[in-house]
Design a protein. Structure first.
Length: 371
């Protein structure tokens, strides 16, 4: 009888053990959806990039993760850190803007290039990238340079992580780091689809206080690519950085079927007086944005390149896309200032980064409900 009972208990134990295996696997995997706790940990990690201008922060040290690697400084003052928890999840933390000239140069090199193509970064290094399928998609040149430079160091580390059993990666960037995080996410998704990196690698992204990374058609593809809760854009509504770069929309920035395509032929079919008046109005409306685009591309493209060339002598100037229609990208989590925030962080024109620091982001995150 005892033998029979022991046999039954033994099999019950085996069944329970087998049934819990999937639960353990699920618990160790990254989950989709915005997590207030997870983002707070990412902010603590990002705050450890101690030489960014806004790191005078009294945030606690990360609770789950420990730093295991810090890259050398490369490109336009770019750097990244690798953090890990219990070897099931890794964090790629991308440094934001530093006080150095090169770092700001990366921000101002804002002419757009196609979201699919290549950059000749060095004589022996061509960065081939595919961030979106739509030929109308375009992205920020300076942050694409950062993405390409960092990728050469990041990809071998991803390979090592995967071989050690780590299949979960969070990409985190605050400020300029967030701008690069968008493009790095798109690049890694493409590499994963081609199985250049493992297909079962789980990627999740937090772009924090990030500027706008590209145009509308890039945004569409980024959002479709990461739908289901795998990428977030976290913004303090009082912060001016997410409003950048400057955006100009011209009649060339619309889909192929739009009322501007045949505007001129339609106007020419009107009676002479009407034709003159309508053409005059059309040129007044369409001309200034086009001229602004030309000026911005000259300053933020050709002129900026001349400075970049001095820092990266082997970098070849790319062909610009002919748009500067930057838009907010990704599923946005809005940290909305209330009266207590305004009293704690009153506007001060002499401190332009006051709403961009980590402190106001932590302050508003603690008030965020529903997550």
């Amino acid at each position: 009888m005892k033998t029979k009972i022991s046999f039954i208990y033994k099999h019950i134990f085996i069944i329970i053990f087998i049934c819990t295996i999937p639960l353990v696997t699920i618990a160790d995997s990254l989950q989709p959806g915005f997590s207030k706790t997870e983002y707070a940990e990412m902010l603590r990690i990002s705050a450890r990039q101690v030489d960014t201008p806004w790191t005078k922060v009294s945030s606690p040290f990360p609770e789950r993760f420990k730093i295991i690697y810090r890259s050398p400084i490369m490109g336009l003052d770019n750097r990244w850190d690798l953090w890990m928890d219990n070897r099931s999840t890794a964090v790629i933390s991308i440094r934001g803007t530093t006080p150095g000239f090169n770092s700001w140069l990366a921000n101002f090199y804002a002419a757009m290039v196609p979201a699919k193509g290549f950059l000749q970064l060095e004589k022996n290094y061509t960065f081939n990238y595919h961030l979106a399928n739509d030929p109308k998609a375009a992205v920020h040149t300076g942050w694409l340079i950062g993405t390409g430079i960092l990728c050469r160091d990041i990809l071998p580390k991803i390979d090592s992580l995967y071989k050690s059993g780590c299949k979960n990666i969070i990409i985190m960037g605050h400020s300029q780091g967030g701008g690069i995080a968008y493009l790095l996410t798109s690049h890694l998704y493409n590499l994963r689809s081609k199985e250049i990196i493992p297909k079962d690698l789980i990627l999740k992204t937090y772009c924090s206080a990030a500027p706008k990374p590209g145009n509308l058609y890039y945004a569409y593809e980024f959002e479709a690519m990461t739908e289901g809760g795998w990428a977030f854009n976290v913004v303090n509504a009082a912060d001016w950085v997410p409003e950048m770069p400057v955006s100009v929309q011209t009649t060339s920035d619309y889909n192929a079927v739009n009322p501007f395509v045949n505007a001129v032929p339609i106007i020419k079919k009107q009676k002479f007086i009407q034709q003159v008046l309508l053409m005059k109005m059309y040129k007044k409306l369409s001309g200034p944005p086009r001229k602004s685009l030309e000026e911005y591309e000259k300053i933020l493209g050709e002129k900026a390149y001349s400075f970049v060339k001095k820092q990266m002598p082997e970098f070849i100037e790319p062909r610009y896309f002919g748009t500067i229609n930057y838009v907010r990208t990704g599923k946005t989590i809005v940290l909305l200032p209330d009266e207590s925030y305004r009293q704690t962080f009153p506007d001060d024109p002499s401190h332009i980064f006051m709403h961009h620091f980590f402190e106001p982001y932590f302050f508003l995150l603690n008030k965020l409900e529903g997550y």
